[in-house]
Design a protein around this ligand. Structure first.
Ligand code: VGL
Ligand code: ZN
Length: 203
C-alpha cells in the first residue's frame, strides 16, 4: 500500500507569500498529476497560532534567519507565516484537495516548532500521521512539497525511521536555501537516513 505525503503546499510558501520558497508554486502541477496513482493521499499543513515562538516578530529585536534557543531547542526564526485560519495557511487554490484523504496540522504549540509531519522538533508529541498510515496498511510513502530543506526533509527522515519504505520525489519539492547548499545537504541527509531519491517522471 503506497501513500503520497504532500508537505505544506500552502500559500505562504509560494511566491508572494510570507515565507516565500523560490518556485514553490511549481510543485502543485506535480502533486496534481501524481495523486491518482496512489492508494492514499495525505497532506501536512503548517498551522501556527499568532504567538508562535518560531516567529521573529514574537522576540524583541530578533530578525528572521537568526537562530535562538526556544525551550532548549535551536530555533531558526521565521517571518510570520501560516497563521491559523489566514489566507497564507490555506492550501494553494489550484491543488486538488478533494483527493486528500486526511490532513495533519503541525506547529500548533507556540512553545515548539514542528518541521516533520509526524512529530514536533523535540519528538515529544506525534501528529497522528504515523499511526494513521500504519492503520491503513501503508508500507511505502512518497514525500514531496515544501520546503525541501525543512519540512520535507524532517518528514521524510521520520517516515524512514518509522519503518516506511520512504521515497523523496525530488522534482516535486522546492527549498528555502537560507544558506547556499542547504537543499543539496538536505538531500544528502535524507539519503543517509535511508530515503530513496526519485523523480515524478520515474513513477
Ligand atoms: C517550513 C519553515 C517554517 C516548511 C515551515 O514548511 O518547510 N519551514 N515553517
Ligand atoms: Zn512554520
Amino acid at each position: 500500500m503506497k501513500a503520497l505525503i504532500l508537505v505544506d503546499i500552502q500559500n505562504d510558501f509560494c511566491p508572494g507569500g510570507h515565507l516565500e520558497v523560490p518556485e514553490g508554486d511549481q510543485v502543485v502541477p506535480v502533486a496534481n498529476a501524481l495523486m491518482d496513482r496512489f492508494d492514499l493521499v495525505v497532506a501536512t499543513q503548517d498551522w501556527h497560532p499568532a504567538n508562535h515562538g518560531s516567529f521573529a516578530a514574537n522576540h524583541p529585536w530578533r530578525k528572521p534567519g537568526q537562530v535562538i534557543d526556544l525551550n532548549g531547542l535551536p530555533q531558526v526564526l521565521w517571518p510570520i507565516h501560516c497563521v491559523q485560519d489566514s489566507f497564507g495557511a490555506e492550501f494553494v487554490q489550484s491543488l486538488h484537495t478533494d483527493k486528500i484523504g486526511q490532513v495533519f496540522v503541525k506547529g500548533t504549540d507556540p512553545e515548539i516548532d514542528s518541521y516533520s509531519g509526524f512529530y514536533d522538533n523535540g519528538h515529544r508529541k506525534a501528529t497522528g500521521m504515523g499511526d494513521f498510515l500504519k492503520e491503513k496498511g501503508v508500507d511505502s510513502v512518497y514525500v514531496m512539497g515544501l520546503a525541501t530543506d525543512y519540512c520535507v526533509k524532517f518528514t521524510a527522515l521520520d517516515a524512514a525511521a518509522l519503518g516506511f519504505k520512504t521515497h523523496l520525489i525530488e522534482d516535486g519539492c522546492r527549498g528555502v536555501n537560507l544558506n547556499a547548499g542547504d537543499v543539496d545537504q538536505a538531500i544528502a541527509d535524507m539519503r543517509s537516513g535511508g530515503v530513496v531519491v526519485t523523480n515524478s517522471t520515474e513513477l
